[in-house]
Write a protein that binds this ligand. Structure first.
Ligand code: IMP
Ligand code: MG
Length: 437
């Protein structure tokens, strides 16, 4: 294989879990480089469905090492629940490693996430309420608790007590909330530390060693390009960098070790949470896509907003991430449609624009310009090769490849591992695909 980054090319939930699971077969190490348990990956193996939030989907392969890197934020309670659930299902977590420099989500982060959302009223972001933003804020503020602090039995109580006392002032004075019980939290986190200790490592060193030994490393992004703190639809974004560039920072390796970047995009678009979404559908077709695509959040169960594929966003994702190829997922969800629209550009304040506007307010005014393509009105979920796909489906994919000037390397036609067409091995082969632009 090679060292590959897999990222979401839209607003998250593109089906990265399935694609990383597929690629994990050839990976020796899978590294999650940012985000926390705001993410949710669903992987279907046979008749079993695994919902993972923090642990990379590579864990389902017994020999694959899974690393939760420095750029992530870890809620130890959620992580241990995930470990227990996998154990119940007979899946070992002996190969799970956690960066000692990753930041720890504390109970006050969860409380502050919800309290600040409430205070934002109509300006709310629609966060997952998992404390992700406040954990990253503390990291930048340089008052965060890291895994390495949690592991230090002597210093941990002191460090936590100080942090909790500081936050209690904020909770009481700013939000009029009850203070948290420092002793109880220290005890709780001492228990987590004991259980996690054997997994905590210097993750940068571990990944570097794997790269030097020429083992194959898969860098798994959570969320998606448009939720990126720097390059997404700010302020309606998450608080980390899901884009490909975030992988090197989040893991602690240099950009020269990356061989390929794969972008995962749905054959349409979804968004969960607030913020502008030009191709959003508010009609029966939107509902149909939502129902057929089972578009409900893995983490919060919220209904995802659905709309047409947006080529402006597609091209933007190619640029920001330096995508080599695309994996297009959930094509089968469009099987019943009479016709399918694709946004090729926006009309913005009377002008045609082809590039993503970085000003959120401008983006909110963007009116999609559509090209309408015929639907195929046949089931694609059993197709095993590109040739077996209906002509209109092939034409649709070719249109997306042309629009984004990026080859499509993988087509996904359902949740199970078998419902996948590898157009051309995106890792061994040249940077071209059969559905080449
Ligand atoms: P936070 O990451 O919980 O702070 O939420 C910020 C925004 O990112 C909200 O719009 C969330 O709905 C969105 N978000 C966070 N994680 C995911 C994800 O894994 N998939 C899709 N949207 C997400
Ligand atoms: Mg998800």
């Amino acid at each position: 294989m090679a060292n590959v980054i897999v990222i979401g090319a839209q607003w998250g939930d593109e089906g990265k879990g399935k694609i990383t699971d597929l690629l994990s077969r050839s990976a020796d190490v899978v590294v999650r480089y940012q985000g926390g348990n705001n993410a949710g990956h669903t992987v279907v193996v046979g008749d079993r469905t695994f919902k993972l939030h923090l642990i990379p989907s590579g864990i389902l392969y017994p020999k694959t090492e899974c690393i939760i890197a420095s750029g992530t934020v870890i809620d130890p309670k959620v992580l241990l629940e995930e470990v227990d659930r996998l154990k119940d299902l007979g899946i070992s977590t002996d190969n799970l490693f956690i960066a000692e420099t990753a930041h720890v989500t504390m109970p006050y982060h969860r409380v502050l996430d919800r309290a600040s959302e409430e205070q934002r009223a109509e300006h709310k972001i629609g966060t997952t309420g998992r404390g992700i933003g406040p954990t990253y804020a503390d990291k930048s503020e340089r008052v965060g608790i890291r895994m390495i602090d949690l592991m230090d039995e002597k210093r941990m109580p002191k460090k936590l007590r100080w942090a909790i006392e500081q936050k209690n002032i904020v909770l009481q004075k700013l939000y009029n909330l009850e203070p948290l019980d420092a002793d109880a939290i220290i005890e709780e986190y001492r228990g987590y530390a004991d259980r996690l200790r054997s997994h905590v490592v210097d993750a940068s060193l571990k990944v570097d060693a794997a790269i030097r030994e020429r083992r194959n490393v898969l860098f798994e992004g959570a969320q998606g390009t448009l939720l990126d703190l720097d390059h997404g639809t700010y302020p309606y974004v998450t608080s980390s960098n899901p884009v490909a560039g975030g992988a090197c920072i989040g893991v602690g390796v240099g950009p020269t070790c990356i061989d390929r970047v794969i972008g995962v995009a749905k054959a349409y678009t979804t968004r969960v949470g607030e913020g502008p979404f030009p191709t959003e559908l508010h009609d029966d077709i939107g509902n149909h896509i939502g129902e057929r695509g089972a578009e409900f959040g893995t983490t919060t169960g919220r209904k995802r907003r659905c709309g047409w594929f947006d080529g402006v966003i597609g091209r933007y994702a190619v640029r920001i991430n330096g995508l080599d190829c695309l994996a297009v997922t959930k094509l089968d969800v469009l099987d019943d449609l009479e016709e399918i629209k694709v946004c090729t550009a926006y009309e913005l304040d009377g002008k045609v624009v082809h590039d993503f506007p970085s000003d959120s307010r401008a983006f909110a005014r963007a009116i999609p310009i559509y090209e309408t393509l015929p639907g195929w009105k046949k089931s694609t979920s059993e197709c095993k090769t590109v040739e077996e796909l209906p002509t209109e489906a092939k034409d649709y994919l070719k249109f997306l490849a042309d629009l984004t000037a990026t080859p499509i390397a993988i087509i996904s036609l359902g949740a199970s591992r078998g419902q996948t067409i590898i157009v051309e091995d995106p890792i061994h082969g040249p940077k071209r695909g059969l559905l080449k632009a």
